[in-house]
Design a protein around this ligand. Structure first.
Ligand code: NAD
Ligand code: USQ
Length: 404
């Protein structure tokens, strides 16, 4: 298949682009490198020393003989996106190209507006470009399990059948997102569902849980292909952070009581789920939703698992409970269905099988690159201006001054 990977320089996108190319698909990456800019803004960097995209693609070409096409630009620019779709003529578009950090979206007004504009406009542009130029193309869109929030009932895969006053209908599952970022995904889902209905587009919304790990078969082929591993408070996800903290002997930062329960999956399952969705496209006019995670854990369970496994490796690990900087339930019911990708053939990795090789050993290998000051949470959901903002502005000013 010809597959365009929007956001192919990012964490999930890079691993996916290589996985699809390795399976013989013809792949193009579309990215504007904004994520690398956000690292500069935040004064953060990935634990792993990622290379420039052109270097990554050259090395891939040398190793495999395969050329991955590259289109550099911003998908919120309709002319750029439509000319790219016209030139590449994809059969499937995998859309990762969004601002994906909940804390980043909660820094202040500017960051909330950037997040929702970037995400909602980028997705709208894609819907219009596909309708205009490639109406049969299957849109595989990365949503998030956080669209549902934490309701006190089982979470279905996208839709729920409700009986009300003697009548029955199957309706989108209620959405209770917990950040301006998660809200942007809900807005996207509504726009995608609407355009499938009115224009007959075909789309799969993958409500993905928290992804962990950095190892896939393809990125392991050469050090120059290494993927991101974020551990800072804004972009670092919880398990990656705990493993980086364990690697340098810092206490694990459990927010609040730690009963926050989420769906999780190994990056190796992310890439496989995307491939399965592409190989089994939605029908014309169909808007499908798959819940894309493999296991669920509370934050405290994760901390205790890291403590115990790292302890067996000779690392001394303690667990801290910090006041929760987010507004979220610290203990709650959580039982989300996730059978549709299994039915298509997903054979999940488990955290117990991945924790050492995919996480702790990577954190240990690069531990000299860890900046401990990046762990402390500075973005607080309850404040309109955050310490993170002050630091970010200072950093920007320094950069601007240096450039002048
Ligand atoms: P990432 O930040 O590492 O990658 C996103 C990529 O998209 C970056 O390379 C960035 O430069 C690019 N991008 C952003 N806006 C763009 C624009 N307007 N034009 C062109 N390129 C743009 O994020 P990720 O962790 O790889 O996440 C990818 C997607 O998966 C996101 O939509 C995210 O919401 C979703 N997701 C991620 C996780 C996770 O745990 N990482 C979990 C669930 C869902
Ligand atoms: N948490 C801690 N300690 C930490 C970091 C986080 O206790 O040091 C807690 C958070 O409060 C939260 C949970 O861990 O309850 C998950 O936080 P996270 O930062 O790992 O993940 P989240 O903000 O939910 O976002 C990530 C991705 C996002 C994706 C989402 C999937 O960044 O792109 O959409 O996971 S989900 O959580 O299912 O919505």
């Amino acid at each position: 298949m010809k597959v365009a990977v929007l956001g192919g320089d990012g964490y999930c996108g890079w691993a996916t682009a290589l996985h699809l190319a390795a399976r013989g698909h013809s792949v193009a990456i579309i990215d504007n490198f904004v994520r690398r800019q956000l690292d500069f803004e935040l004064g953060a960097q990935t634990l792993t020393p990622i290379r420039t995209l052109s270097e990554r693609l050259n090395v891939w070409q040398q190793l495999t003989g395969q050329t991955i096409e590259l289109f550099v630009g911003d998908i919120t620019d309709y002319d750029f996106l439509s000319s790219t779709i016209k030139s590449f003529e994809p059969e499937a578009v995998v859309h990762f190209a969004e601002q994906r950090s909940a804390p980043y979206s909660m820094i202040d007004y500017k960051h909330a507006v950037y997040t929702q504009t970037n995400n909602v406009v980028g997705t709208l542009n894609l819907l219009f470009a596909i309708r205009e130029l490639q109406p049969d193309c299957h849109i595989v869109k990365l949503g998030t399990m956080g669209e549902y929030g934490t309701p006190n009932i089982d979470i279905e895969e996208g839709f729920i059948t409700i009986e009300h006053n003697g009548r029955t209908d199957t309706l989108p599952f209620p959405k209770q997102p917990g950040s301006f970022y998660h809200l942007s995904k809900v807005h996207d889902s509504h726009n995608i569902m609407f355009t499938c209905k009115i224009w007959g587009l075909r789309a799969t919304d993958l409500n993905q849980g928290v992804v962990y790990g950095t190892v896939t078969d393809e990125v392991s082929m050469d050090e120059a292909l290494i993927n991101r591993f974020d551990y800072d408070e804004v972009f670092g996800t919880v398990l990656n952070r705990f493993c980086a903290q364990a690697a340098i002997g810092m206490p694990l930062t459990v927010y609040g009581r730690g009963g926050q329960t989420r769906g999780f999956l190994d990056i190796r399952d992310t890439v496989r789920c995307i491939e399965l969705a592409c190989l089994h496209p939605a029908k014309a006019g169909e808007f499908r939703v798959f819940n894309q995670f493999t296991e669920q854990f509370s934050v405290l369970e994760l901390a205790e698992t890291v403590k115990s496994v790292a302890g067996e490796m000779g690392l001394k690990v303690e667990i801290d409970h910090l006041p929760d900087p987010r507004v979220e339930a610290e203990s709650h019911y959580f039982n989300a269905k996730h059978s549709k990708l299994r039915e298509l053939g997903l054979e999940p990795h488990t955290l117990s099988g991945s924790l050492v090789d995919s996480l702790i050993n990577i954190a240990l290998r690069y531990r000299d690159r860890i900046d401990p000051s990046l762990f402390a949470p500075r973005v607080n959901w309850r404040q309109a201006r955050n310490e993170r903002n002050i630091r970010a502005v200072t950093k920007e000013q320094v950069l601007i001054k240096a450039a002048v």
